[in-house]
Design a protein around this ligand. Structure first.
Ligand SMILES: Nc1ncnc2c1ncn2[C@@H]1O[C@H](COP(=O)(O)OP(=O)(O)OP(=O)(O)O)[C@@H](O)[C@H]1O
Ligand SMILES: [Mg+2]
Length: 370
């Protein structure tokens, strides 16, 4: 290392102290310009609104040539004459807040034959149903009815209580120890809490978000609930027509008929979900509950399931939870919009999507939040 000589110690080639006092520059920065060059010329800032800045500047603001005024009248400067030929000024005036235009709504129900008027008898009735988890409300006093021949879509943002409400309809919510219920759910006029839970769950069957086939054959999956319901173990020959019928109604039979003994877990995701639907509908339930049944599926499998829902609803009532508003528009006859556990709006799909009564519903179906 090279020692520092005494004269170097006193040397301050950058005059750091002085510079620091002046402008805190680093030593390697160029010297600041003089005060004169730093001073910007004083330019008056126009006090006009921004909107006027789009207008052509008035002729008077153009620099006037520094010449003595002529004695005789002079022709106007070219620019002044030309100002009359300047294209019309475009002025943007915001005199009111912009009004967003609602996107065109898709045509509903292209997948099904017209069945709007075929609503059958009331199957389920909810009267003041409320659910709390550890005292915290998840669903608040919901009352509505669900009819055979109809698809009811439960819609609403995440956490608004759709799944909780759905699971309450076949008493799956009560499997959560912290859950407490208020109100009544009637199945064909009978309190569901009076029914044995296996009976209830075969009459009000459920299809979950993720396909969940049992690790057994296709045949045994569909026959599962049928065997559960029988007092004595039925033979395969007796079950076969029922299994085939359920697979046909679920739109899967043609794809699997050559080998019903193959493991269900070897089916594709869309096939597995249809198998779960077949398993759910085999005991001929009155109500089919579906919690986002297509959320794990590709668009083609989704289309197959939506078509299936349209066909299944001839024989039973369908309640479907979906985040997909386009899907709700395609498949639902009735729509219930939940928000923070409240049933904000319940009506026909046409009314809820086209003429929502509540502002919050309007915002939701138009995609303002989700
Ligand atoms: N097992 C549970 N224990 C405690 N709280 C629960 C339980 N299940 C749901 N919750 C709470 O109840 C509220 C409603 O939940 P839920 O799952 O019904 O909403 P969701 O509308 O189905 O939401 P997502 O669209 O996200 O599925 C939420 O605040 C949630 O945290
Ligand atoms: Mg849910």
């Amino acid at each position: 290392m090279c020692p520092i000589r005494p004269e170097e110690m006193s040397l301050d080639p950058w005059n750091v102290t002085a510079v620091a006092q002046k402008d805190d520059r680093r030593p390697d920065e160029p010297e600041a310009p003089t005060t004169q060059t730093l001073q910007a010329p004083t330019i008056p800032i126009p006090q006009t609104p921004v909107v006027q800045s789009l207008q052509t500047p008035p002729v008077q603001s153009l620099p006037t040539p520094a010449v003595d005024p002529p004695e005789a009248p002079q022709p106007l400067p070219v620019v002044a004459t030309a100002s009359e030929e300047v294209p019309p000024v475009r002025t943007i005036v915001l005199d009111r807040p912009p009004a967003p235009v609602a996107p065109p709504l898709r045509e509903r129900n292209p997948l099904r034959e017209p069945m709007r008027s075929t609503a059958g008898p009331e199957r389920l009735r909810l009267d003041g149903v409320g659910i709390t988890y550890a005292g915290k409300p998840a669903v608040k006093s919901v009352s509505l009815s669900i009819h055979q021949g109809e698809v009811l879509a439960l819609i609403g943002p995440s956490g608004c209580g759709k799944t909780t409400l759905l699971r309450t309809l076949n008493r799956l919510t009560e499997l959560t120890p912290s859950a407490a219920r208020a109100g009544e759910v009637l199945l064909d006029g009978e309190d569901i809490h009076e029914l044995p839970d296996t009976t209830l769950r075969s009459r009000v069957a459920m299809v979950f978000q993720q396909p969940n086939p049992f690790p057994m054959s296709i045949f045994d999956n569909v026959a599962f609930a049928l065997r559960e319901q029988s007092r004595k173990r039925p033979r395969r020959r007796e079950l076969e027509p029922l299994v085939v019928d359920a697979l046909r109604r679920a739109g899967l039979y043609d794809e699997v008929h050559d080998d019903l003994d193959r493991p269900a877990l070897r089916l594709s995701g869309g096939q597995q979900q249809r198998l779960c639907i077949a398993r759910a509908i085999a005991p001929r339930p009155e109500v089919l509950l579906m919690d986002e049944p297509c959320s794990a599926l590709d668009p083609i499998s989704t289309g197959v399931i939506e078509k299936l829902i349209g066909e299944l609803r001839r024989d039973l009532a369908v309640v479907i939870v979906t985040h997909n508003l386009a899907q709700a528009q395609r498949v639902a006859d009735k729509v219930a919009f939940l928000y923070l556990g409240d049933l904000v709006e319940y009506g026909t799909a046409a009314q809820v999507f086209d003429e929502p009564r509540a502002q919050r519903t309007r915002d939701y179906v138009r995609g303002a939040f989700g």
